[in-house]
Design a protein around this ligand. Structure first.
Ligand SMILES: CC(C)(COP(=O)(O)OP(=O)(O)OC[C@H]1O[C@@H](n2cnc3c(N)ncnc32)[C@H](O)[C@@H]1OP(=O)(O)O)[C@@H](O)C(=O)NCCC(=O)NCCS
Length: 340
């Protein structure tokens, strides 16, 4: 019998990172009155001081392209060199066609492979894992992975449990061939029995479309969450997942240059770092403080900010771990991109 030709790719790494933050900065003082809160409470419980919120005419596609252009420029390539675009988002308002195809069309490479991932705040790390496997398997040579959210479109400004947490933005990385292993094995999974911990409200549970009922009852969806359930799950389960990602990569915490977890709450980040015994020599990303929780965009945004503040971290190892609605998670050890 004729055998199918075996194709192998190469090792891969992150070649560059880029990000986009909307220009409008919203401090805590601007949102506290509607939710009977205070700047002090928000800072104490989450670390958040301010967040960036997109303008009314600024779309997920606009923000994604702005971040992608920076990443491509820093990798010294153009969109024509990219053969696959993966977009992690839960706030592009259409199921199809995808955000990824809108991006390649607007950027001028409409023939690239392109698709979206729905894995909430874990989406970027899902994308990095898939891009790594695509390059290693020989399917792709250069992959653009974008995490982008406009969560302000899906946040109720009167909801005390969410209005102060979420924010908008985009981050992108180019992943391509490398002589050495630049991305460790991806540790991923779900805790789907906690699906109700973060949902878009109103939540439908029978999963069938009832057009008449929908026309009568449908409301604009807004994100809702059980804060304490998510908090406990994140600190204990995600610390374990982080340790598994380190072990899979054969890296110990003291060999890391940086820890860049999903930016959901600085208390979660600090507790995770403690649980995982990450030493003080490792720089811990704290972009949550000035940027809020931007879901799938939070890790590449935090990576870019960290490299700007600490240029010496270019080329060092970082542990990434994303987690969110599903509940789902993914993490891996990566070598941070070289200085552009
Ligand atoms: C949302 C979160 C900050 C709430 O903090 P918390 O300490 O769990 O708050 P609780 O709901 O237990 O409420 C504690 C107190 O604060 C009050 N409170 C709740 N929300 C408040 C708000 N927005 N402003 C001021 N006070 C608030 C409560 O009324 C309660 O008061 P009481 O002690 O007098 O009864 C926290 O649970 C959290 O960050 N969870 C993780 C969420 C997350 O990361 N989600 C995204 C994952 S991708």
């Amino acid at each position: 019998m004729t055998k199918i030709k075996s194709v192998q790719g190469s090792e891969s790494r992150i070649l560059s990172v880029g990000s986009y933050r909307p220009t409008r900065i919203v401090p805590n003082s601007e949102i506290v009155d509607r939710i009977d809160s205070s700047d002090e409470w928000i800072q104490q419980r989450t670390g958040i001081i301010q967040r960036h919120i997109a303008g009314p005419h600024e779309s997920v596609i606009d923000m994604a392209i702005s971040a992608a252009e920076v990443a491509l420029h820093r990798a010294k390539i153009t969109i024509a060199d990219i053969d696959t675009v993966i977009v992690a988002t839960i706030t592009f308002p259409y199921q199809a066609p995808s955000a990824a195809t809108a991006i390649i069309e607007r950027m001028g490479n409409p023939k690239a492979a392109a698709f979206d991932i729905s894995a909430a705040c874990a989406g970027f790390c899902y994308g990095v894992g898939m891009a790594n496997d695509l390059v290693r398997g020989g399917t792709s040579k250069k992959v653009l992975v974008i995490g982008v959210e406009k969560i302000s479109d899906f946040t109720d400004p009167d909801d005390r449990a969410t209005a102060f947490i979420f924010a908008d933005g985009a981050g992108a990385v180019v992943i391509g061939a490398s002589e050495e292993t630049g991305i460790g094995p991806t540790i991923w999974g779900s805790d789907a029995d906690s699906r109700s911990a973060i949902v878009m409200e109103p939540a439908w549970t029978d999963y069938k479309l009832h057009p008449e009922k929908l026309m009568r009852e449908l409301q604009w969806p807004n994100i809702a969450q059980q804060g304490q359930t998510v908090f406990r799950w994140a600190v204990y389960q995600m610390s374990k997942a982080g340790l598994r990602a380190l072990e899979a990569a054969g890296v110990t915490p003291d060999q890391l240059g940086a820890f860049i977890p999903h930016q959901a709450n600085f208390r979660i980040i600090e507790t995770m770092a403690k649980e995982m015994k990450i030493p003080d020599s490792v720089v811990v990303a704290d972009d949550i403080k000035t940027n809020g929780n931007t879901s799938a965009a939070s890790i590449p945004l935090a990576m870019d900010a960290l490299l700007e503040a600490h240029p010496e971290l270019h080329g060092t190892l970082a542990l990434l771990i994303g987690y969110g609605a599903g509940l789902v998670y993914a993490g891996q050890v990566v070598q941070l991109p070289p200085a552009p």
